[in-house]
Design a protein around this ligand. Structure first.
Ligand code: KG4
Ligand code: ZN
Length: 338
């Protein structure tokens, strides 16, 4: 069974072919990082336009690399949401037309469900139950997963995503976009600034997180101290380390509470921020101490990609080719769960 997966929810135009929900035959990515870099964040209008410009080529490359003809495909899967509506619509419109034209079923896939499904591509044997944590530029969501087909949202950010907190913090420190890898690198430069950045405490039993207070706190600190990114370049590494530590503390604290509460056997960590070295080593330690298996896919499967959407399709109901053009709902920018 060969599934074409298409992902256009944010700033990556991605397509992949996955065989039997397990084997990646191709995974093609066109990243728009350079286009949005000069604006310091994703510009939705530009993202949609760029997806439109390259989607046919990205799909063609995915089919060529997999050595698959459109008529060999068993289905086409596309991200339905959450994401930027204009960006989602490009992938969805393409996938609808493709399914109709090739007479193959269409699958609408939840973006975060796709992130979690991608983990099975590299870890076929997962010990359930598990906590799934998706940490990216657009999302910070905790899921309880009783098995591969069920994921229940149990906590999330109430404001900025963790990646956004990294990106905005980096910008204030004069580091380029995307800021996460920059902060990660700078933080290894030596020392931790003695600044008491706030760690958001959830109310009651909530597993929600928040990063906007942290971001504001960095801004006030820099304003108060008259920080200048050029003159005070030597202050950047210790400040980056302190800021990063605050983000990591919050994520690790909430993940540990969630995993304890649900008595899980595994922790699945994915999304662009999963690349963060401090987060990785702290998660590693906690999971080892508590006997939880920590599963983190390789970078290409952590960030947005088409293979995760193809993998997610195997958990969803098909829309027949004749119904494909009417698939309802179409793009759902705030799609809530799987
Ligand atoms: O999953 P992703 O590629 O795209 C979406 O947001 O959908 O995640 C990108 C985010 C950006 O905010 C980027 O700064 C962050 O992941 N990121 C990192 C690291 N690498 C990427 N954040 C912290 N440390 C990193 N090493
Ligand atoms: Zn994503």
């Amino acid at each position: 069974m060969l599934m074409l997966g298409i992902e256009t929810s944010c700033d990556e135009t991605a397509a992949a072919v996955v065989e039997n929900g397990r084997r990646i035959r191709s995974n093609i990515l066109f990243t728009q990082e350079k286009i949005h870099g000069k604006f310091g964040g994703v510009v939705p209008e530009l993202a949609s336009r760029q997806h439109t410009a390259v989607i046919s080529e990205v799909v063609r490359l995915a089919l060529d690399k997999a050595d698959v003809r459109p008529r060999d495909l068993s289905g086409v899967a596309v991200t339905q949401g959450p994401g930027l509506v204009g960006a989602l619509l490009v992938g969805i419109s393409f996938a609808k037309a493709f399914a109709y034209r090739q007479n193959i079923p269409l699958f609408g896939v939840h973006h975060l469900g796709g992130h979690l499904a991608a983990i099975r591509l590299e870890y076929p044997e997962i010990e359930w139950p598990a906590i799934g944590l998706v940490v990216s530029g657009g999302h910070t969501s905790f899921y309880f997963m009783a098995g591969s087909k069920q994921f229940v949202l149990i906590g999330r950010t109430i404001d900025d995503a963790a990646g956004e907190a990294f990106d905005k913090g980096a910008k204030m420190l004069g580091l380029p976009y995307p800021g996460g890898p920059e902060i990660d690198r700078a933080a290894r430069g030596g020392g931790v600034a003695p600044v008491s950045f706030p760690r958001h405490r959830a109310k009651g039993d909530s597993l929600d997180v928040s990063f906007s207070g942290l971001k504001t706190s960095l801004r006030y600190y820099l304003e108060r101290s008259g920080f200048d990114p050029v003159r005070d370049a030597s202050d950047v590494p210790p400040l980056a380390a302190a800021y990063q530590q605050a983000i990591v503390d919050v994520l690790v604290d909430r993940m540990t509470t969630a995993a304890d509460r649900h008595k899980v056997r595994s922790v699945l960590l994915t999304g662009g921020v999963a690349a963060n070295s401090a987060l990785r080593s702290r998660m590693d330690k906690v999971c080892r101490d508590r006997g939880w298996a920590l599963l983190v896919p390789s970078p290409i499967l952590c960030t947005d990609n088409g293979a995760m959407i193809a993998a997610g399709a195997f958990l969803k109901e098909a829309v027949s080719p004749t119904e494909a053009l009417k698939m309802s709902p179409g793009a759902v920018p705030r799609l809530e769960d799987g």
